[in-house]
Unconditional design. Structure first.
Length: 139
């Protein structure tokens, strides 16, 4: 096995020079219709890299399959409620910004003054800051 092509930086065994773990490739290895060429195209890998990942899986089947099952269980459980709530708040803020931006663009289109530097659009961060401090709810 080409061990110099696989290393572990704390996220599990990865293909060197990428952030692709053997767990990313495992479903393809278990799919009898997946070819090495299709895996190479999908992940933009060299055949040697895919072969090294396959060899790692074959040489460490118990470890890889156990970790893969844990990953699938975490994915099935979904995000904790506080993460879901924070994502909803961020999405609502984004939609509010998008609405505000559309209204501003429409107002400027009907304006006779035209644009200058003082009317440039703020960034999302600038817009959030202009809205004032909002209470932050922690876990």
């Amino acid at each position: 096995m080409a061990t110099d092509l696989i290393h572990d930086r704390g996220r599990g065994p990865e293909i060197a020079g990428t952030r692709i773990t053997v767990y990313n490739l495992l479903p393809h290895f278990l799919d009898p219709t997946a070819t090495e060429a299709s895996i190479c195209r999908t992940y933009e890998l060299a055949p040697e890299q895919v072969a090294a990942a396959r060899a790692y899986v074959l040489n460490n089947p118990e470890t890889v399959l156990a970790e893969h099952l844990q990953i699938e269980a975490r994915m099935a459980a979904g995000n904790p409620p506080q993460v879901t709530e924070q994502a909803k708040k961020a999405h609502a803020a984004f939609l509010s910004f998008k609405k505000w931006l559309t209204e501003r663009q429409q107002a400027e289109a009907t304006s006779e003054n035209g644009r200058d530097d003082s009317t440039r659009f703020p960034t999302f961060r600038e817009w959030l800051a202009a809205r004032g401090p909002r209470p932050v709810e922690g876990p």
